[in-house]
Write a protein that binds this ligand. Structure first.
Ligand code: SF4
Length: 389
C-alpha cells in the first residue's frame, strides 16, 4: 500500500495525466503565456523567469491518427505522438515551443509542429554535444542567449537577472526535494513505488513549480518511515529517454518481486540530477547547468571525456545495492539503441543481471512482460542471495 499522502498524490496525478488541461486552467487563472518545451536540454527556468508556465510536452496516450502521415513509422513513439498532438490541435494551448536539441527524431517532430501550426513561434537551439572542448562554453552561451531572446520576444519584455535568479532558486528547491525522495527510496526507509516516483517527477515537468513544491513538502511531512520490505530483489531502472514509461509497465516490474531502488530514467533521476548554480551571473549559470548535467547523469547524446553512461550505471548500481538492471528502451530510440551494447558489455563484465524491455507507444503485452520479469527475478534469486542493505 502506498505510503504517500493520497490527496496530494491525486493533485499531481491530475496534472500529470492531463497537462494540457492543467496548462489551460493556469493560463486562464494567470493570464500569462504557456511555453511548451521538449526534452532534454531546455532550461525551463528561462520561461519561468519570463512569467510563463514552462511545460515539458508529454507523450499522449491517445492512439496516433493524423500524425501517422506526418512522421514515418520508424520514429519513436514520443515523436510520433508529438506530431499527432500538433496535427489534431491538442497543443494549441501553447503560445510557443522551444527545443534544445539532442536527437534527429525530435527535430522531425518539431518540424511537424512548424508545418501543422505555422502561426506558432517555434525555436530550436542547437547545443554543442562535445561538452569539454575549449570552444564549447562560448558556443553554449551563444545558444542560451538565442533562447533567451526568443522567450523575451514571445513574452514581449526582457528577463532580468533578478527574475532569473529567483526562478533558478525555485527549480533548485524543487529538484532538491525530489532528490530527497530518491534518497529515501534508496535507503529503503520509505516505500515509494516506481510509478509513484515517476508521478512525482513527471508532474514537476508540467506544473507551476511553486505549487508543485508546496505539494512535495506536504507529502514529505506526511511520510511514513518504515522498515525496508522483506523478500524483494533490488533493481535499478535505466534508460527511457524523453517520455515516461507507462505506469502499468512499472507496476508489473514491481509486482514480479522487484523493488526499484534507483533509476536513470529521463522522467526520473536524469531530469532532477543537477541544480543550476545560484552564485554569479544567472544566465551563465544556465550554461554551467547544461555542461555539468552530463557529469551527474551522462547521456549518450553528449560526449564528456571523463564520464560515460556505463561507468555511471555501474557506480549507481553499487551505491543502491541493486541486484540487477532493467533497461527500458523506447522502440526506435536511436541514441539508446546505439549505446545499449556498451551498457550490456559493462554489466556482463561485472556479472550484473540485465533485462531489456522495449516499449511502444501503442503499448506492450503486459502478461508477456510479467513472465519475463518473473523469470528475471528468479534468475537473480538463484544466482545469488539478494544483496543485504
Ligand atoms: S532520444 Fe529517443 S525517445 Fe527521445 S526523441 Fe530521440 S528517439 Fe525519441
Amino acid at each position: 500500500m502506498s505510503e504517500l499522502h493520497a490527496p496530494s498524490m491525486a493533485l499531481l496525478q491530475a496534472a500529470a495525466d492531463d497537462p494540457v488541461t492543467y496548462a489551460q486552467h493556469w493560463k486562464t487563472a494567470h493570464q500569462r503565456p504557456v511555453i511548451g518545451s521538449f526534452p532534454m536540454n531546455f532550461p525551463v527556468e528561462l520561461a519561468h523567469a519570463a512569467g510563463a508556465l514552462p511545460v515539458i510536452i508529454q507523450e499522449s496516450r491517445t492512439p496516433i491518427t493524423e500524425g501517422r502521415s506526418l512522421l514515418a513509422e520508424f520514429y519513436c513513439g514520443y515523436t510520433r505522438s508529438i506530431a499527432d498532438q500538433a496535427a489534431i490541435g491538442e497543443l494549441d494551448v501553447f503560445d510557443a515551443f522551444v527545443a534544445a536539441d539532442h536527437c534527429v527524431q525530435l527535430l522531425g517532430a518539431v518540424d511537424v509542429i512548424r508545418y501543422a501550426r505555422p502561426g506558432k513561434p517555434v525555436h530550436f537551439a542547437q547545443l554543442t554535444t562535445a561538452m569539454d572542448n575549449a570552444s564549447t562554453r562560448p558556443r553554449v552561451e551563444n545558444r542560451m542567449a538565442d533562447l533567451r531572446a526568443e522567450v523575451e520576444t514571445v513574452i514581449g519584455s526582457p528577463i532580468s537577472d533578478d527574475e532569473l535568479s529567483a526562478s533558478i532558486v525555485a527549480f533548485n528547491r524543487n529538484r532538491q526535494l525530489l532528490r530527497e525522495f530518491y534518497g529515501l527510496r534508496r535507503s529503503g526507509r520509505v516505500r515509494i513505488t516506481a510509478s509513484e516516483m515517476q508521478l512525482l517527477v513527471k508532474s514537476s515537468m508540467v506544473m507551476d513549480i511553486d505549487e508543485h513544491t508546496t505539494i512535495l513538502r506536504t507529502i514529505l511531512s506526511e511520510l511514513v518511515v518504515a522498515d525496508a520490505p522483506g523478500d524483494v530483489v533490488r533493481i535499478h531502472l535505466s534508460g527511457h529517454f524523453c517520455h515516461a514509461p507507462r505506469p502499468e509497465i512499472l507496476d508489473v516490474i514491481e509486482e514480479s518481486g522487484a523493488l526499484v531502488v534507483d533509476d536513470d530514467l529521463y522522467t526520473g533521476y536524469r531530469y532532477i540530477s543537477t541544480d543550476v548554480p545560484e552564485d554569479g551571473d544567472p544566465f551563465a549559470a544556465l550554461s554551467s547547468w547544461y555542461l555539468e548535467r552530463n557529469l551527474n547523469a551522462p547521456c549518450p547524446t553528449r560526449v564528456t571525456s571523463e564520464v560515460d553512461w556505463d561507468t555511471y550505471l555501474l557506480d549507481s548500481v553499487a551505491a543502491s545495492h541493486a541486484a540487477g538492471v532493467v533497461v527500458l528502451m523506447a522502440k526506435f530510440c536511436e541514441p539508446h539503441m546505439l549505446y545499449y551494447p556498451e551498457l550490456r558489455k559493462a554489466l556482463d563484465e561485472h556479472g550484473i543481471p540485465l533485462l531489456l524491455i522495449e516499449t511502444e507507444h501503442e503499448g506492450i503485452p503486459l502478461e508477456k512482460l510479467r513472465t519475463q520479469m518473473e523469470t528475471f527475478i528468479e534468475r537473480i534469486r538463484r544466482s545469488a542471495a539478494p544483496v543485504a542493505v
